[in-house]
Design a protein around this ligand. Structure first.
Ligand SMILES: Cc1ncc(COP(=O)(O)O)c(C=O)c1O
Length: 361
């Protein structure tokens, strides 16, 4: 007899990883589909991980006190305000598990980080996607008016994945003031290090101001530790206690803990790489714009082409040039900013696209 499975899983889409690039003769291929950091880990981080390898026969320290303490000092909060997870995606999952009952709603802008609806559904909650505004940013008015008594948590993705748009401090302030105080607002700042917008909402400031705010950060993007899985929430102590209860036990490995500690000590060095990526983002943005492509200004380590019905034709050009990008059919294309050599290839695509899209006479 076959085992029975949870009802509905047959219709449930798995999380889609960014595609690998297609091999093209004579061209080095680059993966620009997962918002990864193109740089290898810093030597000090490699050394810290190597130092921890000899004890991987032992379980990691479950409370991760040293790392939580270091993150807490970084933000001048208490270690009781820090909850860790195997990537910030696991912390987002913990948040939903900790604050929703079956049938409660989890609100987020859409399109945004693809895991939100998946995490909500697996937790037994109902996803509440609210369409983005025409400019690719969150429609906070629509979100505020869509709150129901069943809405328990609202994710604000700042900058937004995949559009790269930023929420202003003023807009987020008035949004949080307008939602019920028992609804948790999570500022997902996975790309915060790349954000240079002077008016942006700053998660930690919102956290200090409002008791119903939590902030999500990751070591995967700017810190380049995507393969080790490490992220955290800055949240109120009661929430942190409950996040720990629903976390996968020992989900944060000893290697990840050591890499996290070493990265916090190397922030200046990491900043140099972040600065290069931000400069590269500008260079690629300017080229895409000059080519007449519908690129949005972005404060993250990726750019969004709002290409709609031209998405298929543009996606084919990236593929022919051995670049993998994230394609949302008939919607747009998200291109991760890579190392300069990979970005030069985006410029090639931009030139070809300009020729392809130019009005024919
Ligand atoms: C907005 C956003 N939040 C969270 C994550 C999760 O990152 P990680 O689980 O690697 O920390 C991602 C990853 O792409 C993201 O784009």
């Amino acid at each position: 007899m076959n085992i029975t499975h949870r009802a509905g899983l047959e219709n449930f889409p798995p999380y889609r990883q960014g595609k690998a690039p297609r091999a093209v003769d004579g061209l080095e291929a680059f993966k620009l589909s997962s918002n990864e950091n193109p740089y290898p880990p810093l030597p000090s981080v490699v050394e810290a991980v190597a130092g921890a390898v000899s004890s991987i026969n032992l379980y990691p320290e479950i409370a991760a006190e040293e790392l939580r303490g270091a993150i807490a000092s970084r933000w001048a909060v208490s270690p009781d305000n820090i909850a860790l997870g195997a990537g910030s995606v696991e912390v987002a999952s913990q948040i939903i598990l900790a604050v929703t009952n079956p049938g409660d709603q989890v609100m987020f802008a859409w399109r945004s980080f693809e895991a939100y609806p998946l995490l909500a559904t697996t937790a037994g909650a109902e996803p509440q996607p609210i369409p983005l505004a025409e400019d690719g940013g969150h429609d906070l008015h629509a979100m505020a008016s869509a709150v129901t008594p069943r809405t328990r948590v609202i994710f604000l993705c700042n900058p937004n994945n995949p559009t790269g748009t930023v929420l202003s401090a003023a807009a987020v302030d008035s949004f949080i003031s307008s939602v019920p105080a028992d609804v948790l607002v999570v500022l997902d700042e996975a790309y915060v290090h790349f954000n240079r917008d002077a008016d942006t909402a700053v998660g930690i400031e919102m956290f200090r101001k409002y008791p119903n705010v939590a902030v999500l950060h990751t070591f995967s993007k700017a810190y380049g530790l995507a393969g080790l899985r490490l992220g955290y929430a800055i949240a109120g102590p009661e929430l942190v206690v409950n996040l720990q209860k629903v976390a996968v036990p020992f989900g944060v490995t000893s290697l990840a803990q050591q890499a996290g500690l070493a990265s916090l000590l190397a922030e200046d060095e990491l900043q140099e790489r972040i600065d290069v990526l931000v400069t590269e983002r500008r260079r690629v943005y300017d080229a895409l714009l000059a080519a007449g492509l519908p690129v949005l200004a972005s404060e993250a380590n990726f750019l969004w082409l709002d290409s709609r019905d031209r998405t298929g034709a543009l996606a084919a050009l990236f593929e022919e040039n051995a670049l993998s990008v994230r394609v949302f059919p008939n919607e747009g294309i998200r291109i991760t900013i890579g190392a300069p050599v990979a970005n030069n290839r985006i410029l090639t695509v931009a030139r070809q696209a300009a020729a392809l899209l130019a009005p024919q006479h």
